[in-house]
Every structure is written in structure tokens, then in C-alpha cells.
Design a protein around this ligand. Sequence first.
Ligand code: HEM
Length: 491
Amino acid sequence: MLPLAEFRVLDHNAVALGTDLGELMETAGKAVADALRERFPHAQHIIVACGSGNNGGDGFVTARLLADAGLEVAVVLAGEPRSAISRRARDRWKGEVHPPQALAKLLSGADVAVDALLGSGLRGELREPYREMVTVLNDGPTVVAMDVPSGLGLPEAVVPKLTVTFHAMKEGMDTASCGEIIVADIGSPSSDELHFIIVHQNFELWFKLVISELRAARDILDRDYVAETRIPRAVHHLRRVIETFRLMAQQWKVMETLTPQDFLNFRDKLGTASGFESLQMREMEALLGPQLLDGKPREMDGPAEPRPLVAVVGDWLARTPIMGSAPGDAGDDAVVARFIEDYLAAHAMLGAETAERYGGSPKVRARFAAEAEGAREFFADGDRVDRARAGLLFIESYRELPLLAWPRRLVDTVVELEQQMVLWRSAHARMVERIIGRRIGTGGSSGVDYLDMTTRYRIFVDLWAVRTLLMKKEALPNLRQPNFYGFAGES
Ligand code: HEM
């Protein structure tokens, strides 16, 4: 038997774990209405005495259900409902609500009274108007108490014929103080449902960390000038995000201990609630940047981030010194254009050589020519060169240069981050397929098909695309101003 205080804690925990208290109130009210009709089948006139706490809210639900079942019901209210869920229960009651002074008169014509005054919510002494109402209830017809008789343990407590108590017996309850006792299971989460809720909440906690790390990395890089010495710190934050996603991808295994049948047992309770509603997931996505598939953006609601990581990384790449020339240097445009021209020429030649090695049929040649054309388009920005893409190509191509050591590390880290996120999404889809098969999701999407489609989107599109265009070292254009990059090679 648990002390009353622990039951209050249980309620708080149930809410923290995602249980809907309004739903619990509905089930509690129904348990009392059902018990009353079963034990007193001839009762027609019912008075429900409601307090201002949640016990009173339960009472309003009982009143509504009994009235719906065709009984004559009146409610006497001790004080205005204090919680939102009790107010909601009161608003759904369409009958009359009488003041405490009306209780004695109403009881004179009633068959049964319901005590929904205080339940386990009582602390200390009975105060007015409760004290008076308890006395009047005890002078009236048969009383059914809701959860525990009001004033239980005090000399002036309600003495009911029947008590319908929730979850389990509470301290101080016996047949002398409560009459017959029915323990009603009002649907605290099953262990499977609890598992489902706890796994979700674990993810949400990790999401919180991811958001804070992404923001820290973004803020380091979101400057007009980022000193080389600051880059390791940005990499440090992003690496933490990578490891968190790696861990989260494993966490689906804990979710998978739920069998399809276990899940079906509480799936209806979820209604239309789904992963779509994870605000933190949307915040993470917004911090990273828009997701694209074949050049088209993914349609999503949610917050937009003015400076997502993808934009910040793009601006930083655009400042990469190329062949010793930085933006703003005299002749920089020409240096960058020359680098890209030399690169594309070498790339096209390499492609042509490979086409010949593959047999040189017109079809194969056309394929390599199209690839060369694609490369040209990738770097074109109107009639100039896209400097961010050129910078990215430069870092990837001359990645062993000492000055590029941290920039290439940053690029690698961002690629790994997106890779890890995709793996996490894909592991979610495999878990979902195992548990719900190909059925429609609670959020109304096509389920696994939808989730698989999300694994094809990319945010750091350029970082992935440039990989297709890279060439072996000996084919690269000669490096100019190698000393600029701290490289003691030939000039
Ligand atoms: C039995 C467990 C689970 C099942 C069957 C499941 C199923 C689904 C389905 C079918 C969708 C697609 C949207 C829809 O129509 O509902 C979805 C989306 C989502 N789920 Fe789950 N899920 C489960 C557990 C989790 C957990 C533990 C998390 C962790 C936070 C989570 C996070 C998400 C997110 C963030 C989305 C939105 C994905 C997007 O739009 O990119 N899911 N889930």
C-alpha cells in the first residue's frame, strides 16, 4: 500500500513521461460511473459533489457519462476548477452546476451521491465549504467515493458505501472507512509503452546536445574571417555531434525489443502523434540547412535558420586561398578561373583516355563527355567561377599542404556528420520496417517508403558532388605559390 503523497508523485511522473492526464481523468471518471451503475442498478437520481481539484474533474466526467447513459444527474461544485484538465472536464458537462448550499436539498431527492470533493488531494484539515459538504453527504443517501473518501483519516471524513480507488489501495483505506473497495486500473502506461516513451525521451535529450554543439560550431565559423587556430574548435564540436549520432543509430536496437504486437497494443493511444512533431529534430535540421534531392528542396514546416551551417561553410570555403590568391587580391578572379580551366582540361583529358580504355564506343565516349560537361557546369556561376566550389576543389585536391590540414579536416568532418545522420535515418527506417512493416505512419505518411526517401536528401550537396570530380594527384594542375601553404616544394 502506498502513501498518498507517492500517488501524487506517480501522477507527476506519468505526465513527465508523456501520459495524457486528461485521458487518465476520462478513464477514472468512467471507472466510477461503471461501478455505480453495476452496484446500484436501480439508482436514477444522482448527485455528484465536485471539489476544485482534479478529483472534482474526475467527478464531472462521471456526471457526464451517467447523464449520457440516461440517468438524472446534478452537480454541486465546491469551488472553481483549478487545473486546465479539470476546467476542460467541467466545460464538457452540459447540465446545471449548483452551489454548495444547494447540496442538502438536492440530496433529499437523490438515490446515490458521488463524493468527488477531495480524493487524495487533501492536505491538513477540512476547510469550508468542504467540512459542511462532508457532513451533509453523510446525512444523505448512499455515497460512492471517488479514489478515497474525502477527509480520510480525519474524524469528519465521508463514510461511503463504496469506494472506487485508482491504481492501488492507499494508506489508511479499509472497509470501515471506505465501505466496499474496488481498485480500478486506469491505464498507467504498460511496461512496453513506458519503454517506448523512455527511448523517445532519450533521443530528445541527445537532440538537445546536438543542437547546442551545432550552434557552437556554426557560431565559430560564422565570421568574415576565421583564424586557422579557431577551426580545431569547430571540428571538436562537430565530432561530438558525429559520435552522438553514431550512438543514436545504435539506440534503435533498444526500440527493436518491442515486437510488432507489443506496439499494436498501444498504437491507437498515440492517435496522430508522430516523429513529425519532434520540434528539436526540426531545429537540428534548420541549423544544418535546407535538404535537397535532385536539386529540389524538401518541403517542410518549421523554423528557418537565417545562417545555417551549410551557408556558413559555403562562405568560409569561398575565402579559401587558391593558388596563393585570396578574394580581394588583385587578379584573384583570373587566378581562380585559370585554376578551374586547367583542372577541367585535365579532367576532360583523363575522361577521354578512360573512355578509350573502356572500348571507345560512341556511347561510352558520350558518357564521359557528359561527365566533363557536368563538371564545367558545377563550377560555373554565370560567367564567373563559383569561388566556394573552387575553394572546395582546391582543398580536396591539395589536401596534404600543411596550411590546408585543418580546412580539409573540417570538410571531412562535415561529410562524416551528414553520413552519420543519413545512417541514423536509415537505421530508423529499418527499425520501423521491422515493427510496423509497410503500413501508414501515425503521422499519416507512407511510413517506411517516406523514411527511405528522406535518406536520399543531402544538405552539404557540394561536398558530396565534388567527390565525383576529383582526380589522381599526378593529373592535377601544377601548384603555384606552394610556399604560401607552408610547403617547401618546387615553384
Ligand atoms: C516503434 C517505434 C517507432 C516507429 C514505429 C516509428 C515510425 C515512424 C514513422 C512511420 C515515421 C514517418 C512519419 C509518420 O507517418 O508517422 C516516423 C518519423 C519520425 N520518427 Fe519515428 N518511429 C518510432 C520511434 C521513433 C523514435 C524513438 C524517435 C526518436 C526521436 C523517432 C523519431 C522520428 C522522427 C524525428 C521522424 C520524422 C522524420 C522526418 O520527417 O525526417 N521515431 N517514425
